[in-house]
Design a binder for this molecule. Structure first.
Ligand SMILES: NC(=O)c1ccc[n+]([C@@H]2O[C@H](COP(=O)([O-])OP(=O)(O)OC[C@H]3O[C@@H](n4cnc5c(N)ncnc54)[C@H](O)[C@@H]3O)[C@@H](O)[C@H]2O)c1
Length: 265
């Protein structure tokens, strides 16, 4: 890294706690954040995948931790273990999330509770735990992973969309309440990214065509396409950026594919 890149974007000596780190998006973020110099605590319910992931990451010192973010005792235990291993958390990336696509009228209470507990309640309380026990003393960066559904909506995503809109609301609370601790919190909202979470959608011909029409780029994004902005939002480059929503969606919210219009080109 040359001096300018090092000064603004290096995560050297930064301890990063990344939830949902073993998923399609999380595992690319883990590799990217490690590549930028960070020491990454991989936190996921799929801890054996986490141990394999650690071996693929650049640099030393990364470690996998078991986390069931839907359980308060697991959140506390995971943060205990991370603090014991690394002493502090400089960066928290809240990436753990699930979706179950079904109509508003079909959703049962257990599905509602599960999505709320993982996508929202767990993210709320792990952040509270990390800030109280570490980040309020040293400052830091928080990235909350939102979604296209933070702003817009797809059929069969009512509960998921509600959690992801709320993730951005919580991001604004974090921004205004914790600026005094030198903490910056932002919401990164991926558009339609091809991962295990969305394979079911992209393998469905009518839904895949529906989505392609609504993405200016005409294709799904890749997890790698979220890495650069994540490094920016976790590094000094974003010291005056807080409370903001960043849509990385190939132009989906901008309007997708244009209709037929007169043009010489
Ligand atoms: N893929 C997309 O197109 C897309 C778009 C917008 C937002 N997102 C969001 O990005 C994040 C990652 O999505 P992804 O596509 O990588 O999904 P994924 O299913 O590949 O990964 C999700 C990860 O979360 C972990 N997880 C699930 N339940 C957990 C729990 N109780 N405790 C701890 N970890 C748990 C899983 O083990 C998995 O590693 C999610 O918050 C998702 O809502 C994804």
């Amino acid at each position: 890294m040359n001096n300018t890149l090092e000064k603004y974007f290096s995560l050297k000596d930064k301890v990063v706690l990344l939830t949902g780190a073993c998923g399609g998006i999380g595992s690319e973020l883990a590799k990217g954040l490690a590549g930028a110099g960070g020491t990454v605590a991989i936190a996921d319910i799929a801890v054996e995948k986490g141990e394999a992931l650690v071996k693929e990451m650049e640099g030393e010192g990364h470690k996998a931790f078991y986390l069931d973010i839907s359980k308060m005792d697991s959140i506390k235990k995971c943060v205990d273990e991370v603090l014991e291993a690394f002493g502090r958390v400089d960066v928290l990336v809240n990436c753990a999330g699930i979706n179950k696509r079904e109509g508003f009228l079909d959703v049962e209470e257990s599905t509602y509770d599960r999505m709320m507990n993982i996508n929202l309640k767990g993210m709320f309380f792990i952040t509270q735990e990390v800030v109280k026990r570490s980040m309020m003393k040293t400052g830091g960066k928080i990235i909350n992973i939102g979604s296209y559904n933070t702003t817009s909506m797809l059929g069969g995503c009512s509960v998921y969309g509600a959690t992801k809109s709320a993730v951005y609301a919580l991001t604004r609370s974090m921004c205004i309440e914790w600026a005094k601790f030198n903490i910056q919190a932002n919401c990164l909202a991926p558009g339609h990214i091809l991962t295990p979470l969305t394979t079911v959608t992209w393998e469905n011909p009518s839904r895949a065509e529906y989505l392609r029409q609504r993405i200016s780029a005409g294709r799904p994004g890749t997890p790698e396409e979220l890495v650069g902005i994540t490094i920016m939002l976790t590094s000094h480059a974003s010291d005056y950026v807080s409370g903001a929503l960043f849509d990385v969606d190939g132009g989906a919210l901008a309007g997708g594919q244009p209709w037929q219009y007169d043009t010489k080109y």
